[in-house]
Design a protein around this ligand. Structure first.
Ligand code: TRP
Ligand code: ZN
Length: 466
């Protein structure tokens, strides 16, 4: 027979391969998952490894809108790995190495699959370097808002990443369950500012360009990583408690925002009293001009505001540093743990500063909340119907109402101890709704929370009694 046939592995060759692997001590891994089974964003994040550190080296040219970058991730294999995915949307990948050796890679949608020259063993620490470039994309969320890479009116850019936008500017394990430390170096034309998370550790100009180096030592979820490039007024100071403050404000908003931003130290002192020690090494804010985005975001250390914030919004975003950024949800289903707490922080601030009591705020919402928040009773806080609804009023306002129901059940002092204790118990970690209800029950064993959970947290429709 002269017809050629495809070469099929014989039993002998398979056995030989296995024997060789065994004899050379090589690891035979399997691919890590392309997601971590998030109920709302199944492709977000990746299985099989944990990132401990991101080293991002970014150069941005505003005239060509091009980003030229190298990302080096230090990670630990959680299983024997033959391949693993990173999330990266758009951009052109140049070269990928694992522990310095060229790796094969391919792309499909947001998945960048990396196949190292040698399999990685469970528990092994490895470094993956990705060189990439191009113009990052602006992404549209399921709820219609824009995130990712956002060009601003003054020719700069903003990077905002809730829930999935950070994959538009760097490859990573883009899910809140995998937090890591970061070093972000950004090179821009001299005269422009580049503001990011953490502390500015270096700033140097050479050949008409300036490199700003930012360090984030505490664990950070990638959705609160940020970058703001453009023309900003920078104000640096220190709180009475010794915390560095770095505020970057669009020059057209500098005057109008001065007074409210001056309250950051006072708000943090109040919040430390209410929520426990501030979880990070620096604070501040980024204030852009209205129109670039429609929303504020609790970017770590340094919340972002689309225009001059009022005090309530500043309180909200600073409260997220405890609830959201330090205690981070395990999945996007647990958003109410972020937004319910940050909203309740606004109620507590008002109560402690001569405004309505939280009880009054709760009563007004119960009686006619749907006049302001049409969708208030359309789904329970802990079970948004889909990804398009994770930032709706049942998550924010009704989420805060759940906390108030706990307060009604246990009383003021025990409630204050619970919200402080919750921040301490999961400081710099991840938690979900089941962790929260178990924690509350453990702290108040004599109380019955069944009705609060069933009606307020998980129940459909408006609860029958307030
Ligand atoms: N977390 C932001 C805040 O409350 C709001 C927000 C911005 C948001 N983008 C989002 C919420 C995407 C959910 C999804 O300040
Ligand atoms: Zn919020």
């Amino acid at each position: 027979m002269s017809r050629s046939a495809p070469v099929a592995p014989t039993c002998a060759s398979v056995l030989l391969a296995l024997a060789l692997t065994a004899c050379t001590g090589g690891v035979r891994g399997t691919p890590g998952g392309s997601g971590v089974d998030d109920p709302y964003f199944p492709k977000s994040g990746n299985g099989g490894y944990d990132v401990t550190h991101y080293d991002l080296n970014l150069a941005y040219a505003p005239d060509t809108h091009r980003l030229t970058a190298t990302a080096t991730l230090t990670a630990r294999a959680a299983q024997d790995l033959s391949a693993f995915d990173l999330d990266l949307q758009g951009l052109d990948v140049g070269k990928v190495t694992v522990d310095g050796e060229a790796a094969r890679w391919n792309r499909a949608g947001q998945e960048l699959t990396v196949r190292p020259a040698e399999d990685l063993g469970e528990g092994e620490t490895f470094r993956v370097t990705v060189r990439y470039s191009g113009t990052p994309e602006t992404l549209t969320d399921p709820d219609g808002s824009e995130e990712g890479w956002l060009p601003t009116e003054d020719g700069g850019v903003l990077a905002l990443g809730e829930p999935t936008g950070s994959m538009a500017w760097f490859p990573g394990n883009h899910h809140p369950s995998d937090k890591a430390a970061y070093d972000i170096a950004v090179t821009v034309p001299q005269g422009l500012e580049a503001v990011s998370n953490g502390e500015l550790t270096d700033e140097r100009s050479r050949g008409g360009r300036t490199t700003y180096t930012w360090h984030t030592g505490e664990p950070m979820a990638s959705y609160v990583a940020t970058l703001a490039i453009g023309d900003y007024d920078i104000r640096r100071s220190t709180t009475p408690a010794g915390l560095p403050v770095y505020v970057a404000v669009d020059p057209t908003r500098a005057e109008a925002s001065r007074k409210v931003l001056a309250r950051i130290p006072e708000i943090l002192a109040w919040a430390e009293d209410a929520f426990g020690p501030y979880p990070f090494s620096s604070t501040g804010a980024i204030v852009d001009r209205d129109g670039d985005t429609g929303y504020a975001l609790e970017t770590q250390n340094r919340p972002f505001f689309p225009g001059v914030p009022d005090t309530a919004l500043l309180v909200h975003e600073l409260a997220h540093q405890w609830y959201g950024n330090s205690v981070t949800p395990k999945t996007w289903q647990d958003m109410w743990l972020n937004e319910g707490f940050a909203t309740y922080a606004e109620w507590l601030w008002a109560e402690d500063h001569g405004g309505d009591s939280a009880q009054e705020t709760f009563d007004a919402l119960y009686d006619h909340g749907e006049d302001t928040y049409e969708d208030l009773w359309t789904f329970p806080p802990a079970e948004p119907p889909d990804a398009a609804h994770i930032s709706d009023s049942p998550v924010y306002q009704r989420g805060a109402m759940v906390l108030h129901k706990i307060r009604q059940t246990v009383g003021d002092d025990a409630f204050r101890a619970i919200i402080r204790g919750w921040a301490a118990a999961h400081r710099h970690g991840n938690a979900d709704t089941a962790d929260f209800t178990a924690y509350v029950e453990k702290r108040a064993p004599a109380e019955d929370f069944g009705g609060v959970w069933e009606e307020w947290l998980y129940g459909e429709g408006k609860p029958g009694r307030r």
